[in-house]
Design a protein around this ligand. Structure first.
Ligand code: ADP
Ligand code: MG
Length: 357
């Protein structure tokens, strides 16, 4: 009888060990989708340890909520709002994370000749994309607000971690970099907890690391600007960010013309030359900021900049539906030219025939 008991225990132990071994090999993807920073976020952890995966996801959510509290320019209690309130009055001490986010933002302004500028927010009250705008802003008002946009007037004091906006009425806002930044911070935290593969999709700005459960790469679809519910290009990535900005996201229309949410800091008016732009590079924060900057620079200047930057690629769809890719990028795309997908009369196509194969 005793022998039998031992044999049973031995077999049970073997089964348990076997199960444990199996569990260690069988990685699964655990995901949570929720609203953060006003956008739909999806956070995915790949792990054989379900408990660890959920702890990492919850910690990432906590981290993003903290970031939102600090960088939101709509929350009157945020550090950013305090910096804005004290514009032209005095410097404001902030925490080091916000200080260095502003520092990096200024570096990107320098790199892009001011096309990306967090002080664009001095004008953002004039452009509302929530349906409340009844008419185009007055060009005098636009000119007065543009005068306040100048990243060089954001003064940083590293020893005291303080920020001073030199002019009264100046404001900063992180609409073009905040989600990429939050995605990077969430990824770093999850990695530090032992999540070696995962994905953070911050409202379409995403970073993926490692691989999918069966070791296959992450497969990312890029939305068709003509029909954002459809994918028009797809790419496989391991450790990359893929960030898309598009005029189909937030816009208003007056007189049949679309005015979208990316503003040229030099003019105060929304940019018109591109419909969609995707940046692919290892850093989601940089990709987010560059997506906005290249939109402002336009196809020629923007492409020239991207082709000079090592490890950064881009895919553009112009307002004429031409698809342009940076050197070395050869994504297969569905042709978004409206006349090919959905025949329209010749007169509605303003592009010369020669450029339109
Ligand atoms: P989203 O990913 O939410 O569509 P983007 O990354 O495309 O946002 O950036 C657009 C947002 O960035 C705008 O809603 C605005 O808040 C801000 N923004 C607009 N123009 C600029 C600019 N030239 N420089 C910096 N930020 C800008
Ligand atoms: Mg951006």
């Amino acid at each position: 009888m005793m022998k039998c008991f031992f044999a049973f225990c031995f077999i049970s132990l073997q089964i348990l060990c076997g199960l444990n071994l199996f569990a260690q090999q069988a990685e699964r993807a655990f995901s949570k989708t929720l609203l953060l920073m006003g956008s739909k976020f999806e956070i995915t952890a790949v792990s054989a340890d379900e408990g660890l995966a959920w702890r990492a996801i919850e910690s990432a959510i906590g981290e993003i909520q903290q970031i939102e509290k600090s960088i939101s320019s709509w929350d009157p209690h945020s550090q950013t709002s305090k910096v804005n309130r004290f514009a032209g009055i005095s410097a404001v001490k902030v925490d080091s994370a916000l200080f260095y986010l502003i520092y990096r933002s200024k570096k990107i302004s320098q790199l892009t000749g001011g096309a990306f500028d967090i002080s664009f927010a001095s004008i953002d009250k004039l452009w509302q994309f929530d349906g409340s705008m009844q008419k185009l802003p007055d060009s005098m008002q636009v000119a007065a607000s543009v005068a306040k946009i100048n990243w060089q007037h954001i003064q940083l004091q590293a020893d005291s971690l303080s920020v001073f906006l030199v002019e009264k009425g100046m404001r900063i806002g992180f609409g073009a970099i905040g989600k990429g930044y939050a995605a990077m911070r969430a990824k770093a935290l999850m990695q530090s907890m032992g999540i070696t593969s995962g994905l953070v999709n911050a409202g379409g700005d995403l970073i993926a690391w490692g691989h999918r459960p069966q070791g296959t790469p992450w497969s990312i679809g890029i939305a068709d600007p003509e029909n954002p519910a459809q994918i028009f290009a797809q790419l496989d990535i391991h450790d990359q960010a893929v960030v898309t900005s598009g005029t189909y996201e937030k816009f208003v229309e007056f007189g049949g013309k679309r005015y979208a949410h990316i503003i040229d800091p030099r003019t105060g008016w929304p940019v018109q030359e591109l419909k969609s732009l995707t940046i692919i590079c290892p850093d989601a924060e940089l990709a987010d900021a560059l997506a906005t900057a290249v939109f402002v620079l336009g196809p020629e200047e923007g492409m020239r900049l991207i082709n000079q930057l090592k490890g950064i690629s881009c895919l553009m769809v112009t307002s004429q539906n031409d698809i342009l890719q940076s050197q070395g990028l050869q994504l297969k795309t569905r042709n978004p030219k409206p006349e090919t997908r959905n025949p329209k009369p010749e007169t509605q196509n303003p592009k010369p025939k020669t450029q339109n194969p």
